[in-house]
Ligand binder design. Structure first.
Ligand code: AMP
Length: 143
């Protein structure tokens, strides 16, 4: 199963903010959209970084409430690990496990083309496993 199979179901929409957006605004967007991570882009499509709820929590613990007035560029992870639509879900699982993060943006021709979260990966692996069980059961019953 490929990243493009997940995107067929969930679409290509990615929630983004500009680097100079305040952390307060970014946090409000995370809450409103019910997501845990936001992609930082310079023009709505070119990747500049990624900001996770974990970055905000860590910086709040380290520096206190003043971080809410800072721009997201001060808290984001600038070196983003990405994948392409033609990679397998297993590839993405490996990236998440190795990098210890739960989000991988999809990039095609240098532009954002979607977002894969650990929830998407788990859901698709579960469906894949259920389908395998169905096929094996049908095979055994048929024999
Ligand atoms: P997460 O588990 O995805 O909420 O993020 C945990 C940490 O990894 C945070 O510091 C994020 O900024 C960072 N992070 C999340 N996704 C990525 C990614 N695809 N590439 C690099 N860093 C990431």
């Amino acid at each position: 199963m490929l990243v493009s199979d997940i995107l067929k179901t969930k679409g290509n929409n990615v929630v983004t903010v500009a680097p100079d957006t305040s952390v307060t605004t970014a946090v409000a967007t995370l809450a409103e959209k019910r997501i845990g991570c936001i992609v930082v882009t310079t023009d709505g499509g070119t990747l500049a970084g990624i900001l996770s709820e974990r970055d905000v929590v860590r910086m709040l613990a380290e520096k206190g409430g003043d971080v809410l007035d800072e721009p997201v560029s001060a808290l984001m992870t600038a070196k983003v690990v990405t994948c392409t639509a033609t990679q397998t879900i297993s590839d993405v699982m490996e990236l998440m496990t190795t990098g210890r993060f739960r989000h991988v943006p999809v990039v095609e021709d240098g532009r954002l083309a979607g977002m894969i979260s650990i929830g998407d990966v788990v859901k698709f692996r579960l469906e894949e496993t259920e389908e395998e069980v169905r096929q094996l059961s049908a095979y055994v019953a048929g024999g």
